[in-house]
Write a protein that binds this ligand. Structure first.
Ligand SMILES: [Zn+2]
Length: 333
């Protein structure tokens, strides 16, 4: 039996943040706990001005004896994720208010935890995506969201591979929806900054695809394993990792390159992905990610071991050929 949970309200547009009061009245929500990072506190304060609530930093201890009615997450990727997890653990409803289009967790039932891999929570009850706020966000956050959207290409190819070889459940509708998000942002790579709604809608659709599939499969394949591997190594060796979607974007180049070698289909697809990432100023190689040659080779070797997920990595001897693969798709020289 499938149990699909989707957001009930999705508000996208300039000034959408001011719809919070109306939404809370409509859904009968009161007394929110509002998670916000330092840079996004001014937006949390706007929310607080419209509906009374308590603003907290996601890294602080939260008072247990207050009866909060629901949770709002106001911020970029990690604030939304932490708020989502807190809401889930405390059986509270959750409203997602992204201030950047930096990843596809803005409306999905999945949240990333430290160390990389995602955990299943609930879908937000409502999503408020204010395109004015989101288009004013730092450019690298938008470029990161673009990388996360484009990663759906290889996630879907990996999912098909798992269907064919491991008899894994595959949902045509979720896969098509996810693929279409990547297709649309790729076709509009030169317009992303002038019309942010293209990317916001792609990330929302990508979230919905995960909710429909009941797994992160439509939007997370080998390219995500690679990103998670970098996260793990960055903790081990204490280097600064790049943004989630930036890492996934480079991972998508690698995975598309491997899929092409394996299937002899979609010739030059990885180069088109690379060009599109360049159009938005996203990193396309180890140097631009700020990761050393040694660390990126180790990350690729580690990627297939991050979790038990059948992907294109299983069709290659990654341990042996990591360096050659990275050179082949120009991620290292
Ligand atoms: Zn992602």
């Amino acid at each position: 039996m499938k149990n699909i949970e989707l957001p009930r309200k999705v508000i996208v547009g300039e000034g959408a943040i001011h719809s919070i009061k109306e939404i809370c009245n409509e859904l009968n929500l009161k007394n929110p706990l509002i998670f916000s990072g330092n840079f996004t506190k001014k937006f949390a304060d706007i929310i607080c001005g419209e509906i009374k609530g308590e603003v907290v930093s996601p890294d602080k201890e939260i008072s247990k004896n207050k009866n909060f009615g629901f949770v709002c997450g106001v911020g970029g990727g990690s604030t939304i994720d932490k708020a989502k997890i807190y809401a889930f653990n405390n059986k509270l409803l959750f409203i997602s208010i992204p201030t950047a289009a930096s990843h596809d967790g803005i409306a999905s039932p999945y949240a990333s935890v430290r160390g990389g891999v995602s955990v299943k929570t609930n879908s937000p009850l409502a999503v408020i995506a204010d395109t004015k706020i989101i288009s004013d966000a730092p450019k690298n956050l938008t470029a990161s969201g673009f990388g996360d959207a484009i990663s759906n290409f290889t996630a879907v190819l990996d999912w098909k591979l798992a269907r064919d070889e491991k008899n894994e459940y595959f949902g045509d509708y979720a896969a098509s929806l996810s693929n279409m998000s990547a297709e649309i942002v790729m076709q509009n790579s030169k317009k992303i900054f002038s019309d942010i709604s293209i990317l916001v809608e792609a990330l929302l659709s990508s979230s919905v695809a995960m909710a429909i599939a009941g797994s992160s499969r439509p939007a997370s394949g080998s390219e995500h394993l690679f990103s998670h591997a970098i996260d793990t190594l960055s903790e081990k060796y204490k280097f600064k990792r790049a943004l989630h979607g930036e890492q996934c974007g480079v991972g998508t180049i690698i995975s598309a390159y491997l899929h092409e070698i394996y299937s002899h289909k979609n010739k030059g697809g990885w180069k088109k992905i690379k060009e599109a990432l360049k159009d938005v100023g996203a990193p396309t190689n180890a140097y631009e990610l700020g990761i050393t040659r040694k660390h990126i080779i180790e990350a690729l070797k580690f990627a297939p071991k991050v979790r038990d997920r059948w992907t294109i990595f299983n069709k290659f001897n990654i341990e042996e050929d990591a360096e050659k693969i990275l050179e082949g798709c120009e991620v290292i020289e």
